[in-house]
Write a protein that binds this ligand. Structure first.
Ligand SMILES: *Cc1c(COP(=O)(O)O)cnc(C)c1O
Length: 383
């Protein structure tokens, strides 16, 4: 093993989660697998290939570079949708390769149409509507302009969809705002349809909206966090169960982040561990040295807080997490030795370190913690 840690991705867990999502949306609604942010830290190449094997045929990314990585790694063709950034030169590449993309500005529409004309192809666009998130999209003031441009470019543009994104569907605090967004979406999309345009699909839902606002499913859902086995928020989790008799979490996490003990050290009571004096041994102790630190995405805020699993037992992080190394207390783990596996995230025996607890400790959201897992940690697919 050339690397000091590696990340396992479970195929059976992904298949399970995809089944849960498909059951949630029913037949006839397209499931788009959102793999921005390096597939939420799981690795675009490994994750997308696996997802395709599990039956996924539609992927959403943020930017053209992610779309390129996807295209280069997928064994079979799949629909690819860029939801965010495309630089001008890349727009031609996208159209040439039948990649679909969000259009949220008139300029992008005009440009796409002219490139499509030049290539003798149609630009496959998803017209994004601004419904209240105040980020990107056409709103009630600019929709008329978008419609005129669409009228003029009809020949070179295929209107694959009209879509929007919700501003925080995972929190009930935003309930009112989400309702208003839905109304606004209906209003703007009807305007467009009544003026003679026929989008193939309407879509708006992310994971939280899929669970909490079933009326937002329409023709397609764009699902990120839940396919990886995590809930968007505790509120979404409780909402899910409020509708059902089962009480067991149906999702399974794909990710296991593992390292091993690089060295063992015995020290006397009263010594300080690592840099500074944040940890003083309350007794004679055995420490396991783990070759992972904040430089590898193990947050420094887990200093004296985090836990890892060794021989199925929780071992506490003691002292400050260093750039490449951290120390854990293995005093009470019988038979512990150098090269023992250490699970930083995931399951070992009957114990698990969940991202949720981990994220609470390091005051990061699931989303943030996952996407910050460095892309150069190897990802391995397991069953
Ligand atoms: C990230 C993202 C999603 C997926 O969100 P999850 O909460 O991870 O399901 C859907 N739509 C857009 C536009 C996004 O940026």
């Amino acid at each position: 093993m050339f690397h000091s840690s590696y990340i396992e991705i479970s195929r059976s867990a992904l298949q399970n989660n995809i089944n849960v999502i498909k059951q949630e949306i029913g037949p006839g609604v397209q499931f788009s697998s959102v793999i921005k942010g390096n597939a939420y830290g799981h690795g675009i190449e490994q994750f997308a290939t696996l997802a395709q094997e599990c039956g996924v045929d539609h992927f959403s990314v943020f930017s053209a570079d992610e779309a390129l990585r996807l295209q280069q790694s997928l064994p079979k063709p799949a629909t690819t949708l860029i939801m965010g950034y495309i630089d001008d030169p890349e727009l031609e590449w996208a159209i040439r390769h039948d990649i679909e993309f969000f259009v949220f500005e008139p300029d992008r529409l005009v440009q796409a149409a002219s490139i499509a004309k030049k290539l003798g192809k149609k630009a496959k666009i998803h017209l994004e509507l601004e419904t209240g998130m105040n980020r990107t999209g056409f709103d009630s003031a600019t929709i008329a302009h978008a419609i005129r441009v669409l009228d003029d470019t009809k020949e070179h543009v295929s209107l694959k969809a009209v879509c929007t994104h919700f501003a925080g569907a995972e929190s009930f605090q935003n309930h009112e705002r989400i309702q208003i967004q839905q109304q606004q979406f209906r209003k703007l999309s009807e305007l467009l349809i009544n003026s003679g345009h026929s989008p193939e699909k309407l879509h708006s839902a992310c994971s939280a909206a899929m669970v909490s606002y079933p009326e937002t499913h329409m023709d397609m859902v764009r699902i990120g966090i839940m396919q990886y086995g995590f809930w968007p928020s505790p509120e979404t989790y409780s909402h899910f169960f409020s509708q059902r008799t089962i009480k067991k979490d149906p999702l399974r996490r794909l990710i296991n982040w593992k390292s091993r003990i690089m060295s063992i050290k015995h020290i006397q009571k009263g010594e300080y561990v690592g840099y500074g004096s944040s940890y003083q041994t309350p007794r004679n102790m055995t420490l396991g040295i783990i070759p992972v630190g904040y430089g590898w995405g193990y947050s420094r805020t887990l200093s004296n807080q985090g836990q890892v699993l060794i021989r199925g037992v929780r071992a506490a992080v003691v002292g400050i997490v260093n750039m490449n190394v951290m120390m854990v207390d293995v005093t009470d783990i019988p038979g512990v030795q150098k090269d023992d596996e250490a699970v930083l995230l995931g399951t070992q025996g009957n114990e698990s370190i969940t991202v949720a607890s981990f994220a609470e400790l390091s005051t990061q959201l699931n989303y943030e913690l996952l996407t910050r897992l460095p892309s150069n940690i190897p990802r391995l697919v397991i069953d």
